[in-house]
Design a protein around this ligand. Structure first.
Ligand code: TYD
Length: 229
């Protein structure tokens, strides 16, 4: 699928700081004159938010892993058609907090689903749309989970299923070995296609991590978005 804009995704384990970094990058890009759209997965459409609720907010309801995988894919298909494709066709810089690589990392490596079955399903759901660059915020899973727990205790609003809060969800409740497989999976995916992945050390001050991201992203900007600046 070809388009005029620039499609950047944020990936990483729990508590890696994607949401904060995505917002900082969006502000910086807007400040530089780019037209930016920032969305998250699952979500970003009415259907996607309803599916998000089904996926994440009912940890007591068992969900078959194939059903889970297909619901993530359904939310993604809707997002591609309704939001991502039109924005990219308009030449926007689109930032997506998670995308198809989350399915490979979580359902593939984490839940041990066969990658060779997942890849064609992803291709179908996305109509072949792929990020120009995946920004992998790399943090050891134990540190990320600890960071999320700390934030939860800091903020009594944390459990609200609101678009701007990061609720403790079904995935967080899985054991550490699951999250370690997810982390290793991400590193493997990035290692197999280094041209399309930027691995960023997510430890350290927020501003430091942002600077690392900007170093990797800013080199892509002039050519990809010259039509809209
Ligand atoms: P969210 O609260 O957005 O977590 P985070 O801030 O870490 O992104 O919840 C999204 C959860 O869904 C997260 O645990 C990762 C998981 N997920 C999958 O398992 N597969 C997927 O395809 C996607 C998009 C997310």
């Amino acid at each position: 699928m070809s388009c005029k804009g620039l499609f950047l995704t944020f990936e990483g384990p729990e508590g890696s700081g994607k949401t904060t970094q995505s917002a900082m990058l969006a502000r910086r890009l807007e400040g530089a004159g780019h037209r930016v759209l920032a969305v998250r997965e699952p979500g970003g459409t009415a259907v996607g938010e309803a599916l998000r609720d089904m996926l994440l907010n009912h940890p007591d309801q068992p969900l078959d892993v194939r059903a889970e995988t297909l619901i993530f894919a359904a939310a993604r298909a809707q997002l591609v058609t309704e939001v991502l494709k039109p924005a990219l066709d308009q030449g926007r810089v689109v930032l997506c907090d998670r995308f198809a690589d989350s399915t490979l990392a979580y359902q593939g490596f984490g839940h041990r689903q066969d990658l060779s079955l997942l890849r064609p399903m992803i291709e179908y759901a996305t109509c072949g749309l792929e990020p120009s660059l995946r920004i992998l915020l790399d943090i050891p899973p134990a540190d990320g989970l600890a960071r999320r727990l700390t934030e939860e205790h800091k903020d009594a609003q944390f459990r609200l299923a609101d678009a701007d809060t990061r609720e403790w969800n079904r995935m967080d409740a899985l054991d550490l070995s699951f999250h370690q497989r997810v982390h290793e999976g991400y590193l493997k995916l990035a290692g197999q296609d280094p041209e399309h992945w930027l691995i960023v050390d997510a430890k350290g001050a927020t501003a430091t991590v942002h600077a690392r991201i900007w170093d990797g992203v800013s080199v892509l900007l002039p050519k990809a978005t010259e039509a809209i600046v």
